[in-house]
Design a protein around this ligand. Structure first.
Ligand SMILES: Nc1ncnc2c1ncn2[C@@H]1O[C@H](COP(=O)(O)OP(=O)(O)O)[C@@H](O)[C@H]1O
Ligand SMILES: C[C@@](O)(CCOP(=O)(O)OP(=O)(O)O)CC(=O)O
Length: 485
């Protein structure tokens, strides 16, 4: 059994800029993680490595080593069952299809149900890579469990209820996955990263070698995530899922453009070359620097979920269209934002180093004056971007909310992270429960009072329990999954 987890992300600064390799983004990993637990099933049996926590069930035979065989020879060999037990009916069953001409291995869903492109593509990519490097003819059958920290989804009646919390860290949501409301922490990137990493570790290496394999896992996860999304984004979310908090510079999109689809002739060789970075014509050029960076001691990051009726799909498309048509003006804005974001990042690092030297010294408010001013300046540029592009990056209802939050004692400043819009805001605060309480008091009756420039209205604001985490992909211990696997 192999268990691996990967974190969610928040792009503090660099939204839109990070799509262009000439600019960077400061991305923080979160302590909300998605776990993938891979169990190997033995031949001719439905379940061979039994749950380490289960008593032996009826109709099953105890095997040496505590595993269990269900005597059912009708079960096909080489099936992969993936479960997300926090959600209703979240079970996906796959059989394997091997292609001629080096097309790789594809998982084909059987047994009906909604498809899950992120699970499906991760499996196909990971198994194609594994079968090529390990010259593996048979995988046997696998049972995979996915468990997500609760903050990835808005609360439901079931997740608030008393029964939800009886199985440790993870809650039951009591709804199908497609009905769960995402909070925008990057569930798909964390899921893909955890899943491909767990499979590759399970079949080809010792878990202790995770650090050495990080780059390859990054390349594989980026390839699988882009294929599942159907587009090549900046990949900052996969970068954070693998490396943790970092300064991110994207890879050249051409690296993935020639990869093709699973099943196309020669796919396994192209995937191998991409993952192992042996294509001299297209070397990987992602930069994740300062990875594992932490906030200064005494500072904390909180995310607030903004419940707002308004959704703005294709914000990226519209911003880029505006940039292409107004290149000179856009370049000036992009450069100003980049310079300011860079100052903010360096000041955060400077303070973190200073605090490490003197962790006992209580932070004084003036320590944060420069950070406060730089955040204000970043917001100012984001509002200019909003006005010029006509895209609600920091719409007026968010301006009102961020201003009110920033006035609270102990709040250093806040921005709309990532693409902005009406989803969430991120705040840097003094790490003090009193500040959290003051914010919660503000949210209690919060409703926007200004007329929005894009017709949005904020009716409810909720602080998520998630905090900055800094670690990337990690091996996990099995004990925490009691009751789930
Ligand atoms: N717990 C989970 N189990 C299985 N699949 C999940 C889980 N959480 C998220 N996913 C997959 O990720 C998709 C959401 O990804 P996406 O729309 O990119 O949102 P996000 O911004 O959170 O990454 C879901 O539709 C589903 O396919
Ligand atoms: C616009 C962007 O630069 C940042 C978007 O950040 P978000 O955190 O808003 O992203 P999602 O999780 O995909 O919703 C696009 C990108 O870099 O891919």
């Amino acid at each position: 059994m192999t268990a691996v987890s990967a974190p969610g992300k928040v792009l503090l600064t660099g939204g839109y800029l990070v799509l262009d390799r000439n600019y960077t983004g400061t991305v923080f990993a979160l302590d909300a993680r998605i776990h993938a637990i891979v169990q190997q099933l033995r031949r001719g049996s439905r379940q061979l490595s039994a749950s380490p926590f289960d008593a032996v069930g009826e109709g099953a035979e105890q095997q040496a080593g505590g595993s269990v065989t269900v005597n059912d020879t009708s079960i096909e060999e080489e099936t992969i069952t993936v479960r997300s037990p926090q959600f209703l009916d979240a079970v996906w069953e796959y059989r394997l299809k091997r292609y001629e001409d080096g097309g790789g291995v594809k998982v084909v869903q059987h047994g009906g149900g909604r498809r899950n492109p992120f699970v499906e593509t991760s499996l196909s990519y990971a198994l194609t890579y594994i079968s090529y490097v390990a010259d593996s003819r048979g995988f046997g059958s696998l049972s995979i469990t996915i468990l997500a920290d609760n903050d990835y989804y808005s609360e439901t009646a079931a997740s608030r209820g008393p029964a939800a919390g009886t199985q440790g860290r993870f809650r039951h949501f009591g709804v199908p996955l497609h009905e769960a409301h995402k909070t925008g922490l990057g569930s798909s990137a964390a899921l893909v990263t955890a899943l491909v990493s767990a499979l590759v570790i399970h079949r080809t290496m010792h878990p202790d070698d995770l650090d050495v394999a990080r780059e390859k896992l990054h390349n594989l996860a980026q390839a699988a995530h882009c294929a599942a999304q159907g587009k090549v984004g900046s990949g900052f979310d996969v970068g954070a899922a693998i490396y943790g908090s970092c300064l991110y510079r994207r890879f050249s999109p051409s690296i993935l453009e020639k990869l093709g689809d699973v099943g196309s002739p020669g796919f396994e060789e192209r995937l191998f070359a991409t993952v192992e970075d042996v294509d001299v014509a297209r070397p990987w050029d992602t930069e994740c620097t300062d990875f594992g960076m932490r906030l200064p001691q005494g500072m904390q990051m909180v995310l607030c979920d903004v419940d707002c009726g308004s959704h703005s799909p294709s914000m990226v498309k519209h911003v880029l269209e505006w940039r292409n048509k107004n290149r000179q003006e856009a370049d000036m804005l992009w450069n100003n934002l980049q310079a300011n974001n860079e100052k903010l990042r360096l000041e955060l690092i400077r303070l973190a180093v200073a605090r490490n030297h003197d962790p006992e010294a209580a932070p004084v408010l003036e320590d944060y004056d420069l950070i406060r001013a730089l955040i204000r300046q970043t917001r100012c540029y984001l509002r200019t971007m909003t006005k010029l592009s006509g895209v609600p990056i920091e719409p007026l209802v968010q301006t009102e909310l961020l201003d009110a939050m920033s006035d609270i004692e102990g709040v250093i400043g806040g921005v709309v992270p990532g693409a902005g819009g009406y989803d969430a805001v991120v705040l840097l605060i003094r790490d003090d429960m009193a500040v959290v309480n003051r914010l919660n008091a503000l949210f209690q009756n919060w409703s926007s009072s200004v007329e929005d420039d894009f017709c949005g209205k904020i009716e409810r604001v909720r602080m998520l329990g998630v905090r900055h985490g800094s670690d990337g992909v990690l091996n996990e211990k099995l004990g925490q999954y009691f009751g789930w696997i």
